[in-house]
Design a protein. Sequence first.
Length: 256
Amino acid sequence: MNLSEFKGQFQEYLGHIEEAKLRKAHHDQLRSIFIGFLTQAFNAKYEEFELEKGVKAAKVRGFIDALYQDIVFEFKRDLDTEKEKGLAELASYLQSLKDGTYFGVLTDGLLFEVYILKETKLDKIDSVFLKTLSPENAFSWFDAFLFSVKELVPSSEDMVKRFGAKSPVFLSSFQKLRQMLTRSKDDPSVKVKFEEWDKLLSKVYGSSMASDELFIRHTYLSLLVKVIAYIVLSRERPKDRGELFAILDGDKIIEH
């Protein structure tokens, strides 16, 4: 995929979705146009989308418009009149998915609002209106969720979008790390690491700055830096989970 190809596909998508919205097409057609765009522009496979996924749980009944990887898409024809209903449905769907951290996207095909679930409430983390984006920014925004490009020369701006405090990777990782810390906070080894970390901060700032949130943020950065440093120095990616854990534990040796 190169940017010139994406630019044409992006403009074609905008034309199709605007035309569909003008004739008040059903939200299923908006969904179909969007999925067609993702399969063409980002090499997403149509069969990987779960359409009208049934949800049956306590107090939750309905059908997810589209589930792709860790993204729940809810399509509406008119967000001005259907937004409240869409958010209620999105919250219910996210609460019903227990096997990971999911992002909820409420969209009419042009406006995309992204949410995550914090406890039982939706938290809006991002919003874009495609008509105001350049093709470059539109590509970066979608790919920060999809990670379809495997060989990309990083820039500081791109790193912030993909791994910074508002990125999907950080927000998903933060929730998982917070759950892990909650479960293991009474573990003696975790207590020791937390106390040692607090002592180092106190030396730098002159007093204790410790908090669970800051500890999780620093943990995230530490893990991210280790992986990036290994990839840069070894010029290869971890082959599996075992190798990834060896890198994080410091057991993996870089061979030249």
